[in-house]
Design a protein around this ligand. Structure first.
Ligand code: AQP
Length: 348
């Protein structure tokens, strides 16, 4: 295969409310990347990942529409990017199975996300939850995507994706060469974690040591992208801080995870950086800073939420975007997975 097309792939699970962590960790990067004409951009709603934990079918459908609405409302364009839902393109599942046979059980057992989610109940978790990173590798490599914009929480899964690509390239080296693909069939994908000024990990508003997450029980721990202004204000007013004033230097944020998180959120929403925010607010108490943060959040997230709610009223339109996107995605994934089948020795 030799030279790889510069191609971006990323996705979000429709498993909960779409929140500020998803926006700053992922969607904002999707929008920036699609403006760079040197990349092809492929963005997925990963519904097959969502069912690794139990989902109510009606809610899964609704959340799939909601994630798509969030993409569109934030500025991901169906003209510039491919937008689709994973289960519509069967190559993900086909390659996922092949990767289940490449990846080692020991690799999966080391994944911290599985350990965090399974806790002491790993025996009762679905096999799919354990195999999640292998399907994620298939999502990426069905497009031979060279770049994957994600939040910091996905770093380990991206490393595993590279391990799978490498092992496939090694295990089938002879066949890959014989079929004329050169030395490597799959590329070694680059994660794009730090990107512009955005924080790599947005933290829980009530506990700055945990990441902001759709599965946290309390809605007060996160900012949902379609929270209305009153809810945004309420959540940010009640966000945990500490008794000390805002420092003037970055070192003063050490050991203060909640303070650091709010400063980083402000910086990301204002397209600036933490030191610039500290230059402006250093010495102030959090009360004054929170008023400014609420104003900024309402001005930046508010319009996206309004547009999401507006788009959600037209289900047929969103579904058409996903269907058209799936047709375009298949054009890329089908020949790649067909070649993989020939490499492993399937009759095609
Ligand atoms: N807190 C976060 N900070 C930065 N980036 C984040 N992402 C998720 N949370 C944060 C990024 O969003 C993309 C989609 O990830 P996902 O499909 O795992 O999203 P999620 O289900 O919403 O993740 P959650 O909220 O953390 O859910 P649970 O609790 O189920 O794991 C990825 O690029 C991810 O990095």
């Amino acid at each position: 295969m030799g030279e790889f097309v510069k191609r971006v792939f990323s996705g979000i699970q429709p498993s909960g409310k779409i929140h500020l962590g998803n926006y700053l960790g992922a969607i904002q990067k999707y929008v920036k990347l699609q403006q760079d004409d040197s990349f092809e951009t492929v963005y997925c709603v990963v519904d097959m990942h969502a069912i690794t934990v139990a989902q109510d079918p009606k809610i899964l459908r609704e959340r799939t529409l909601e994630v798509t609405a969030a993409y569109l409302a934030a500025g991901v364009s169906p003209e510039k990017s491919i937008i689709f839902n994973q289960s519509r393109v069967s190559q993900h599942a086909e390659l996922g199975w092949i990767f289940n046979c490449i990846a080692r059980l020991g690799w999966m057992n080391r994944m911290t996300q599985f350990k965090d989610k399974a806790g002491k109940n790993s025996e009762r978790m679905s096999l799919g939850l354990l195999a999640y990173p292998s399907l994620m590798a298939a999502d990426i490599l069905a497009y031979n995507a060279t770049h994957v914009p994600v939040g910091d929480d996905q770093k380990q899964h991206l490393e595993l994706c590279r391990d799978i690509a490498q092992k496939f390239n090694n295990d089938y080296a002879e066949q890959i060469k014989a079929l004329g693909f050169g030395d490597q069939f799959f590329c070694l994908t680059e994660p794009m974690i730090k990107f512009g000024g955005a924080p790599v990990r947005v933290m829980n508003l009530r506990d700055g040591t945990k990441k902001m997450s759709s599965s946290a029980e309390s809605d007060m721990t996160r900012i949902n992208m379609n929270d209305d202004s009153d809810t945004l204000a309420k959540k940010l007013k009640k966000a945990k801080t500490d008794a000390d004033a805002i420092p003037s230097e970055l070192a003063g944020l050490e050991g203060r995870p909640e303070a650091k998180n709010l400063i980083e959120i402000y910086a990301a929403l204002n397209n600036s950086d933490s030191q610039t925010v500290l230059n402006q607010f250093g010495g102030n108490q959090f009360r004054a800073f929170k008023s400014a943060l609420i104003e900024l959040a309402v001005a930046t997230i508010g319009p996206i939420g309004d547009e999401m709610n507006h788009l959600m009223k037209d289900e047929a339109h969103i579904d058409q975007v996903l269907k058209d996107g799936a047709d375009k995605a298949r054009i890329i994934a089908e020949p790649i997975v067909q070649d993989v089948k020939r490499i492993v020795g399937f009759m095609v």
